[in-house]
Design a protein around this ligand. Structure first.
Ligand code: PBG
Length: 290
């Protein structure tokens, strides 16, 4: 979703993907729904970014309006999952508000996440999906939702989210550049570590997560498989922008065939144990399954 556009804008680094206007999103989701896609995840690019990412919790912000549009169109027949983070909304590109040293301030950020959760729930979200990897975010959001009377709104926690080099095309898609050439290694998982990811998963479940997610997917099938063996709640996996873009780039060069490789990727994630798969290939897979 991009605020302030009338026509969908193609995303160069994600062939086949668009930044949507309100109208084009409605049409896209109608088609996906007809193809059998049961749920959508929404990300927003606001017209104005600021230090705290205030557009993320504006009741008239672009994602909140999109949630209402889709709820009007589909009633209870579509699962609507807004991403809950501020990096697309901040002028510095971090997933939280910054302290005096320019680093994300964990606890100040939680207060903002609480406000976003309540505004998204009020707009009609079924599930909120905190992706900022702040400590205690699931607990804080659960409490805020319950206090506001949204105890039926579920939390999909980006629990084991690695500080991978595979998010590049996404940051392009949402106009995010981290200030000063910074990165997210302070709050995302170390690529070399599997046990720490298990800890994060257990913590998020303890804090009230209804679904936990591993991200990215293909290079982390060991983590997906391990989580599947050790925990009983629904497990999601996110096949991220870089994974999608690599397959497209190779296919554009004639080096491999797009559709069978897409099916192999998504099939492998399922085989490893994911119950839900978040993927930019959803249309291609749904069409292939008709
Ligand atoms: C953070 C967020 C990111 C993605 C989803 N939510 C990027 C990041 O952590 O920099 C990446 C998704 C993708 O690469 O497809 N709000």
């Amino acid at each position: 979703m991009r605020e302030g556009i009338d026509e969908p804008q193609p995303i160069g680094s994600l062939p086949g993907q668009m930044q949507h206007s309100r109208e084009s999103l409605r049409e896209e989701v109608r088609q996906l729904k007809d193809l059998g896609v049961p749920a959508v995840m929404l990300f927003g690019v606001p017209l104005n970014k600021d230090h705290e990412g205030t557009e993320a919790f504006n009741p008239d912000g672009i994602v909140q309006l999109a949630i209402q549009d889709l709820r009007d169109d589909h009633g209870d027949d579509l699962v609507i999952i807004p991403d809950l983070c501020v990096d697309e909304y901040t002028d510095h590109g971090h997933c939280g508000v910054l302290d005096d040293l320019g680093q994300p301030d964990n606890d100040a950020t939680l207060e903002i996440y609480e406000q976003i959760a309540v505004v998204q729930a009020a707009a009609g979200a079924d599930i909120v999906a905190p992706s900022g990897m702040m400590d205690g975010q699931v607990f804080a959001i659960r409490e805020a939702l319950d206090d506001a009377g949204f105890d039926e709104v579920a939390i999909l926690a980006y629990a084991a989210k690695y500080a991978t080099a595979l998010y590049g095309p996404f940051r392009d898609a949402v106009d995010v550049t981290i200030v000063g050439g910074g990165d997210r290694r302070g709050y995302q998982q170390d690529v070399a570590n599997a046990r720490e990811a298990m800890e994060e998963i257990r913590e998020d479940i303890g804090e009230g997560a209804d679904i936990v997610m591993v991200k990215p997917a293909m290079p982390y099938l060991d983590v997906i498989s391990r989580v599947r063996q050790e925990i009983d709640i629904p497990l999601a996996a996110y096949h991220v922008s870089g994974e999608y873009a690599m397959v497209h780039a190779a296919a554009q060069n004639g080096w491999l065939e797009l559709e069978p490789v897409a099916f192999e990727h998504i099939g492998a994630i399922k085989r490893a144990g994911a119950d839900l798969i978040l993927t930019y290939f959803s249309r291609l897979i749904a069409e292939g399954l008709q």
